[in-house]
Write a protein that binds this ligand. Structure first.
Ligand code: KG4
Ligand code: ZN
Length: 359
């Protein structure tokens, strides 16, 4: 089936057209279009996402992206008519932003019905399911011909984004339970806040990663919050405060580029140490065959590399599965995958924005 997916939960307007086939045990996806209009430049002067600006930009970008996917040529009216399912993010996220996508999806749904396709369906999707299932969208899946690797269960899944840090145990593709989550800031949020302390632009994650590549990750021994606690929860706000105190205590040296790179590298190492250790601990306890990562922070090379390295060093028989970087940060292809899985199991979400929708 052909799926048109729409994502507007935060500061990326995204539309994808994805062909999906197969059962929940053996799904295949072929990406026909995957467009993302980033609003980073608009929000950068404010140091974070401004909800009403995000809404305004989504309203502006949605028709532009839509026209790119479906040119106003006869053949493309056929393309539009051939859509079987519209999948749209309903939460979690910024409600004014979510509504733009939902209302747009409803309009398109009506248009397609008017074109004579009365079978078209419209389905709501959780943004977190989108991140989780981005792992089923690996490069090789882009072609039906390429043989995709199968993900072996049980799976321990870590979602690390700007809004969430959540550890899940998946028995199979649809049955999962939450093992733990952050009690305060999300990992990505913490990267953004520490970046601001270092006077780096928004979004902070990629900026910290750049500096960390140059710095010494052992230079400063930042705390590893909740590392040794017997649960799978996380906490990042204390780590951020440690960076703040370190900067305050080392003025005016903190203006030096070298020290900034060391702070970035040491902070990154501390946060990834906690993320990786707790993920591995869960994987061992629940005899996971695979670990999957997702969300914007999962695009960080050091996190990806160190997870694989720790698995190798500890001689664990666990496969680390990482989505391509373009599927880690917000995109609509992942919403198409989650929409397909919702459709296969007749899982329904009301078509209204739910800012706090939980997994
Ligand atoms: O998944 P995402 O695009 O949006 C949300 O659902 O939140 O994640 C965005 C978050 C931001 O906090 C951003 O700073 C962080 O992911 N991020 C990174 C990297 N790229 C994006 N964090 C660390 N390293 C990166 N390379
Ligand atoms: Zn996201």
């Amino acid at each position: 089936m052909k799926i048109l997916a729409i994502e507007t939960s935060c500061d990326e307007t995204a539309i994808a057209l994805v062909e999906a086939r197969g059962s929940l045990n053996n799904p295949h996806f072929k990406i026909l279009e995957n467009l993302v209009a980033s609003q980073i430049k608009i929000h950068r002067p404010y140091g974070g996402v401004v909800p009403n600006l995000a809404k305004r930009e989504h309203l502006r970008n949605l028709p532009i992206l839509f026209r790119k996917v479906f040119n106003i040529r006869t053949s493309d009216v056929q393309r539009l008519k051939s859509v079987d399912l519209i999948a749209v993010t309903v939460g979690p996220g910024l409600e004014p932003a979510l509504w733009t996508g939902i209302n747009f999806a409803k309009e398109i749904y009506k248009e397609i019905r008017k074109l004579g396709n009365k079978e078209i369906k419209l389905i709501g999707v959780s943004h977190l399911d989108g991140h989780l299932y981005s792992n089923w969208l690996r490069q090789s899946y882009e072609s039906y011909e390429a043989k995709p690797r199968k993900i072996e269960f049980p799976v321990v899944a870590l979602i690390v984004s700007g809004g969430h840090t959540t550890l899940l145990l998946m028995k199979d593709i649809i049955h999962y339970k939450k093992l733990g989550e952050t009690r305060d800031d999300a990992a990505g949020e913490c990267f953004d806040k520490v970046a601001r302390l270092l006077r780096l632009p928004y979004p902070g994650g990629p900026e910290i990663e750049k500096l960390a590549k140059i710095g010494d990750s052992c230079a400063i021994n930042f705390p590893r919050p909740m590392l040794n606690q017997k649960n799978y929860d996380f906490s990042f706000s204390g780590l951020k405060t440690s960076v703040l105190y370190y900067l305050r205590d080392h003025e005016p040296k903190t203006k030096s580029y070298k020290l900034k790179t060391d702070i970035a590298a040491s902070f990154q190492a501390a946060s990834f140490d906690v993320l990786i250790s707790k993920t591995l601990k869960a994987a061992k306890e629940f005899s996971a065959k695979s670990i999957i990562l997702s969300g914007g922070v999962a695009s960080n090379f050091s996190l990806r590399k160190n997870l694989k390295l720790r698995i190798k060093n500890e001689e664990l028989r666990i496969e680390a599965i990482l989505p391509a970087k373009k599927f880690c940060t917000d995109n609509a292809a992942m919403i198409a995958v989650a929409g397909y899985f919702n459709h296969l199991q007749a899982k329904k979400y009301a078509l209204k924005a739910r800012g706090n929708l939980s997994i």
